[in-house]
Design a protein around this ligand. Structure first.
Ligand code: NAD
Length: 514
């Protein structure tokens, strides 16, 4: 299991090499109207999560970059909208092809810069390409209705692009969240200003460049490299922005929604969760254990849908906890580029501290660390932000650890007696992003799907999502839906057109002709 730290790559050189291969230059800067554009703000550092060493630096984008991106986006949107729907679709298919053609360096860039295991990022470009293919197919199918109004009018609807969309994404899955939001936005005819997390801007810069290589007008997809409170706010405040899509924490989402409301523009919020993964005594326990591990430990727990609360029926609680703890202690934790690694480092030092603090505060509140609770022994000298898969027993639903998102590899296990109590516990947080049930009772499975308040619910499964299926949250997990047909509705606005068809004038008011 141990990874040999002597083989840790020089990530600064690797990042420069990958950027040169993918972008044609090694600089980290915003991507505006097809070119790199340096910011003039604070100097920001990109740190290698696996070693804690600085890999690259860039300046926060200021007003000049955001204004240039907004101008470029408006110009490109006019060019984009003037193309036929079929042409837009063909270009989007070509974007998908470009992503597939650059899959290897793109997945490597994502692993090195975000600390995500190559085992996870290796297949990701293919899934990102599918997102563009799916929405490419929609380009010429965005149609309106003819409404049978009770007058002599022809009334029809048009689903028009909003214009320029501001998108803000987090650090946990930068490539995924970029493609997830860019694809429906441009399929609906919009241009984009996307601000990835200041911790992980690189793969989004590449996506923007590949869009242009595929034939999209320069400026259709602009990427702003900078911080939320500075560059992000400037994007929302820019008069060209007609919609804000935010993927991130509940706290950030509240600030973004308030800023959008001040400008009276709509927002879509894809926020965090505290999802319940519920195991009944009649479940296939081996499958439930694998599901519980994948739910919380994949992506090092840095997943919005992480099943961070495992609710277990009391009759099987002790047995399941013991098996799960034993299996979890054996999950390979290691370097992102090691193909054996299943859990890579936490993305950044601040997040590592937050995870560790929450675990030890839970312990102080009465929870028991069954396994984990620290950096794994073999990685202590790495300088990286590794955290062992951690399981907490003796957790009650009123503890902070069961109420708030940790966003790390930390599972709280909570017993329940019956279906009624499982539903009450599952719904006892302000969030509502995801949930799951493990049972062989079909009726119970559907009753749980009906009663658990969550935007996504799995039965005898966890974590499967697809661009074809709508995704989003209830409560503090956000509002609006991404993916599927519903995302297109979010990225368009509806116009109702009335055409008088009567041979004789029917408006009798004021001036009388003849
Ligand atoms: P975060 O809210 O700190 O930052 C997310 C993004 O918002 C970053 O680009 C950041 O720079 C920007 N930002 C922050 N405050 C801002 C402000 N006031 N104005 C404008 N922009 C601002 O979140 P994070 O720590 O980067 O990511 C982790 C969070 O993201 C977790 O809560 C996770 O659950 C959530 N997430 C949700 C989904 C989803 O689809 N629901 C997907 C992935 C991650």
């Amino acid at each position: 299991m141990a990874n040999d730290m002597k083989h840790a790559p020089n990530s600064a050189a690797e990042i420069a090499r990958l950027l040169t291969e993918l972008l044609g230059h090694p600089e980290v800067a915003s991507h505006v109207a097809g070119d790199a554009m340096a910011g003039d703000g604070e100097l920001l550092e990109l740190t290698d999560p696996a070693t804690g060493r600085v890999m690259a630096e860039f300046r926060d984008a200021g007003a000049e970059v955001v204004n240039a991106a907004a101008d470029a986006a408006q110009e490109a949107q006019r060019i984009w909208a003037a193309k036929t729907a079929s042409e837009r679709g063909r270009i989007m298919f070509e974007i998908a092809r470009q992503i597939r053609a650059h899959a290897e360096p793109l997945s490597r860039l994502e692993s090195v810069s975000a600390g995500r295991p190559i085992r996870d990022t290796g297949g990701e470009p293919a899934r990102m390409a599918e997102m563009f293919e799916y929405y490419a197919g929609w380009c010429d199918k965005i149609t309106g209705d003819v409404i049978p109004v009770p007058s002599s009018h022809l009334n029809y609807t048009r689903h028009e692009p909003i214009g320029v969309v501001a998108q803000i994404t987090p650090w946990n899955a930068p490539l995924f969240t970029c493609c997830w939001q860019v694809a429906p936005a441009i399929a609906a005819g919009n241009a984009v200003m996307l601000k990835p997390s200041e911790l992980t801007p690189l793969s989004s810069l590449v996506v923007a460049a590949l869009c242009e290589r595929a034939g999209a007008p320069k400026g259709l997809v602009n990427v702003i490299a900078g911080r939320g409170a500075s560059a992000g706010q400037k994007m929302i405040d820019h008069p060209a922005t007609g919609l804000v899509v935010f993927v991130g924490s509940a706290q950030g989402g509240a600030a973004v929604a308030a800023a959008a409301a001040r400008r009276m523009i709509p927002s879509i919020l894809e926020l965090g969760g505290k999802s319940a993964n519920i195991v009944f005594e009649d479940a296939d326990l081996d499958r439930a254990i694998v599901g519980a591990q994948a739910a919380i430990f994949a992506a090092c727990g840095q997943s919005c849908v992480a099943g961070s609360r495992l609710l277990v029926q009391r009759s099987i609680h002790d047995q399941l906890l013991e098996k799960l703890a034993e299996a979890s202690a054996r999950i390979p934790v290691g370097l992102p580029l090691d193909t054996a690694t299943q859990i890579g480092p936490v993305n950044n030092a601040r997040q590592w501290d937050k995870i560790n603090d929450m675990v030890h505060q839970a312990q102080a509140a009465g929870a028991r660390i069954v396994t984990g609770g620290a950096c794994p022994e073999h990685l202590r000298d790495s300088g990286g932000y590794f955290y062992a898969p951690t399981i907490l027993g003796g957790v009650s639903q009123d503890m902070v650890i069961a109420q708030e998102e940790v966003f790390g590899p930390v599972l709280s296990v909570i017993p329940f007696e019956d279906e009624e109590e499982a539903v009450a516990l599952a719904n006892a947080t302000p969030f509502g992003l995801a949930g799951a049930v493990w049972t062989r009772d079909v009726g119970r499975a559907h009753r749980m799907a009906d009663r658990v308040r969550a935007g996504t619910f799995w039965i005898n499964s966890y974590k499967t999502i697809n661009v074809m299926s709508p995704f989003g949250g209830f409560g503090q997990s956000g509002y609006g839906r991404s993916s599927g047909r519903e995302a297109l509705a979010a990225y368009t606005t509806t116009k109702s057109v009335w055409v008088e068809t009567a041979a004789e004038p029917v408006i009798a008011f004021g001036y009388a002709p003849g």
